[in-house]
Design a protein around this ligand. Structure first.
Ligand code: ADP
Ligand code: MG
Length: 829
């Protein structure tokens, strides 16, 4: 057998060159040491060999086995990404989450002792990429966009599609497109493109045994897991208050079980912040120290009393003891937070038992403090990275996370996992576009992943806050691919721009629902991004080809409606304004967070009701009460006028990270505008001048043209007999009819239009179901605009003469035929 890897490569005939040109890297000794513990490192040889001999390879390995950090390094050492090698193109690695793209790039750079200009990342708002980049981490969305302008991906020699098991929509589509790009590169270029699909689970049949994707199944390399046993404990009961239960479990583990980090999975930022705060109050270094000091003080006082009352008044002594017990249990504080969270009834015996246990252990053996860290995607990057730093000596690490920690990031030193079994998911009803954020059960596969996090460093324990019956009866085997759950107009447009005209025939790992495909094409046609399909094409459901407008729209990293808004704003001033409005758009994972209320600071959710309303007023006062999008615009405008900064954010109840991202996004979009619109002005002005009234009106028309299929009208206007209570002074209780939604809908209380008298016609950005169906992101419109802006949705009556002798026609809008004000007949063309 070959004695070295290089020798092995030399014996491989075809890849001798690669063997000779291997890149020598220097790693610091401690890096080398920790690398050698990763199971994937022993597989370096077969992995590189298989990749060199095949264009498509699948690698499966447990989370934490070293796939993301090591495979790029293997390839780098084998010569990929080095200018003078056989494979000079970059090594690209895609991630579904940008947290992972950024942190993995910095980790790999660190391991290779290379600067961030060599091992770089690119996400939507930010990049460290340079001409000398060899390894590039990026989100899957970034690579999809690159495909639209460079279908051969000529900059890359190998692409690693990471976390394929998550089945994010972008990843699925990338795999479909890349299966074709590989063939093209083979026939058009000397240098082949290699694809590595990496998965943390063995559920890969959608990729491997899928003849429409790969005619011959690609080889699969399984990295042996070095997983320690994890004991799974189910709760006997499934409490609905899983947040309180998580705190109780963490307290118990902390008090009773040997050292080792605790990882708690919850569903969202608010829950996470709450749990962190409460654990900090109980077990943070500072509060423990204070409590101990108070306890000690009492003890001294007690002794003094005893000393002075030598003759003994037992009653008094008993009283003092009672007081001491109170302090020990910290019941004063606990009561306060229990009442606040409605937890008082739930405060169970276990917690009391814990407190007395704690007491019984005596002060010498008192608890070590907890080192508590939150982890979720909107958390500032430097705070996210804290989970990788060693926790202070003499503390126990406690990480409270969303499912970011499920597979993308491996947190070192975790021995106990507390799994609430739920995750927050955005769901769309494909029929009417109503979306809801639902907290629903995770899949059995996800539960197994979460449990696995406890077995990285040694045997571990996973506490599931649900019963085994719930697990058996309600958990799906695997979670559904994203493409089956979300609207797909953005990717349909991108695919059309890649000349994939018949999206229905695209080699999807899992094909999307036909109906959502048709809906996406319909919407893109309304927006003018696709040609109106001719009779023949609409029969075979191929849809129209992309128009020039559509192609320009695809240049922007925004959802189609918002790119349309940019493309249609010819006036440079308007474009600047539109840039401000953009940021409400939803698209990839991260964008969704920037929508309206999310921009409000995390703190604002904790504020008292009155302060919340003050924040609402504050945002409203910055703008104008005709559109929620203007509120966004004014917040952005005010932020930029103030020159950014955290104090502005605190004062105006907005999240600093969201604002910084919006600012970067604006600059980026502005660059695109400048590059592609020769008539554009100097481009990005960091300060938007406050718009004037006529400009706001034009802007509203612009918004209308991009949301023309999302019109809602006050119910009493279309259903004459309906008693919708227009007499009320505010709009939020008045029922509306929305195009394509069969139920009554209402204006969301957070809208600026909820406080005005009920408007007649609005366009909306989102329909959200909570207790009832709400319209969000509203803009007041004049129905007279609809015949011009939404011509394809209008039918016109026979022309008639009005009193002045003009030829008029009455347009009806939408399939329900809402009657609009008459327009001049010669206008209708
Ligand atoms: P996989 O992709 O197979 O899940 P990774 O390559 O992400 O595995 O992780 C391998 C190891 O590297 C893990 O033990 C993880 O804790 C460690 N690691 C990853 N990123 C960092 C970092 N920024 N700092 C310290 N350790 C890290
Ligand atoms: Mg990974």
């Amino acid at each position: 057998p070959p004695t070295s890897f290089a020798e092995h490569l030399k014996r491989l005939g075809q890849s001798t060159e690669a063997g000779r040109k291997m890149v020598v890297v220097t790693r610091r000794p401690e890096v080398e040491e920790s690398r050698l513990l990763l199971p994937i490192v022993t597989e370096e040889q077969p992995i590189v060999e298989t990749i060199l001999l095949n264009t498509v390879v699948v690698i499966c390995g447990e989370t934490g086995s070293g796939k993301t950090t090591q495979v790029p390094q293997f390839l780098f050492e084998a010569g990929f990404g080095s200018p003078d090698s056989d494979n000079p193109g970059m090594i690209g690695i895609t991630q579904p989450r940008r947290v992972a793209a950024m942190s993995m790039a910095s980790r790999v750079a660190q391991e290779l002792s290379l600067p961030s200009s060599r091992v770089s990342y690119q996400i939507r708002y930010d990049a460290t990429v340079s001409p000398s980049t060899s390894i590039k981490f990026m989100t899957d969305g970034v690579l999809l966009r690159e495909l639209a302008s460079d279908f051969l991906l000529s900059k890359y020699s190998v692409l690693i599609i990471d976390e394929a098991h998550e089945r994010s929509m972008n990843t699925d589509i990338l795999i479909g497109v890349l299966s074709r790009v590989v063939k093209l590169r083979e026939s058009l270029w000397r240098e082949p493109l290699r694809i590595v699909i990496m998965s943390a689970t063995l559920r890969i049949s959608d990729f491997v045994e899928n003849p429409t994707l790969f005619a011959t199944p690609p080889p699969v390399i399984k990295v042996p897991a070095r997983q320690h046993p994890v004991t799974v404990h189910f709760n006997r009961r499934t409490l609905s208050d899983y947040v309180g239960e998580a705190i109780r479990k963490a307290s118990k583990i902390h008090a009773r079980l040997p050292p080792g980090g605790i990882l708690i999975f919850l569903t969202g930022q608010n829950e996470i912040s709450g749990v962190c705060r409460r654990l900090e109050e109980r077990y943070g270094a500072q509060s423990l120290a204070e409590r101990r000091k108070r306890r000690k003080g009492t003890q001294v006082g007690l002794d003094a009393q005893r000393f002075f009352r030598n003759d003994g008044d037992h009653d008094t002594v008993v009283d003092f003891e009672a007081e001491e017990m109170d302090l020990g249990g910290g019941s004063g504080d606990d009561l306060a937070f229990d009442v606040e969270d409605g937890l008082k009834d739930e405060k169970d015996v276990d917690m009391d038992a814990l407190d007395t246990d704690d007491e019984a252990q005596g002060e010498d053996q008192a608890l070590v403090p907890m080192h508590i860290l939150p982890l979720y995607s909107l958390l500032p990057t430097e705070k996210q990275m804290k989970v990788f730093e060693p926790s202070p000596a003499g503390t126990r690490l406690v990480v409270v996370a969303t499912n970011v920690a499920e597979t993308s990031l491996t947190i070192p030193g975790i021995r106990y996992v507390i799994d609430c079994g739920r995750a927050k998911e955005r769901r769309y009803n494909l029929a009417d576009g109503i979306q809801s954020f639902q907290i629903s059960w995770i899949s059995k596969a996800s539960a197994a992943q979460r449990a696995g996090r406890a077995g990285r460093t040694g045997p571990g324990h996973c506490y599931r806050l649900y019963s085994s019956a719930v697990f058996e009866n309600y958990f799906e085997q695997f979670s559904q691919p994203e493409i089956l759950r979300v609207p797909i107009e953005g990717v349909v447009l991108q695919m059309k721009c890649m000349h994939i005209d018949s999206v229905a025939n695209f080699p999807f790992p899992t094909p999307p629902d036909r109906q959502s495909l048709r809906q996406a094409e319909k919407m893109l046609t309304y927006l003018g991004a696709l040609e109106t399909p001719s009779i023949t094409t609409s029969c075979n459901a191929a849809g129209g080809a992309v128009t020039d407008v559509g192609r320009t729209m695809s240049l922007f990293p925004l959802s189609p409606r918002f790119s349309k808004m940019l493309v249609s704003s010819r006036d440079p001033f308007l474009r600047e304004e539109a840039l401000g409005v953009e940021e409400r758009s939803g698209g990839d994972e991260d964008l969704a967070h920037i929508s309206g209320e999310k921009v409000q600071s995390e703190e604002s959710s904790k504020l008292r009701r009155r302060e919340y309303f003050r924040s609402q007023q504050c945002h409203a006062s910055l703008g104008n009460s005709t559109s929620d999008l203007f509120r966004m615009l004014s917040v952005v405008g005010a932020y930029e006028y103030a020159g950014g900064g955290r104090s502005f954010c605190t004062e105006h109840f907005v999240m600093p990270k969201a604002m910084e991202e919006i600012h970067k996004l604006r600059a980026q979009i502005s660059d695109i505008v400048r590059a592609h619109f020769p008539d554009a002005d100097a481009g990005f002005t960091p300060k938007i001048p406050p718009p004037q009234d006529f400009q706001l009106r034009v802007l509203r028309q612009l918004i209308t043209s991009c949301f023309v299929d999302q019109v809602a009208v006050r119910k009493d206007l279309v259903e004459k007999d309906s008693a919708t209570g227009v007499q009320r002074t505010t709009a939020k209780r008045v029922a509306y009819r929305a195009l394509g939604v069969s139920e009554d809908v209402y204006i969301h209380p957070s809208s600026v239009l909820a406080t005005t008298s009920p408007p007649e016609y609005v366009v909306y950005h989102e329909v959200v179901r909570t207790s009832q169906v709400w319209l969000k992101g509203l803009t007041l419109i004049n129905p007279a605009w609809l015949p011009a802006l939404g011509k394809s949705l209008c039918t016109f009556s026979k022309p008639f003469k009005n009193k002045a002798g003009d030829m008029m026609a009455t347009p009806k809008f939408g399939p329900d035929g809402w009657e609009l004000p008459p327009v001049r007949a010669d206008n209708q063309q």
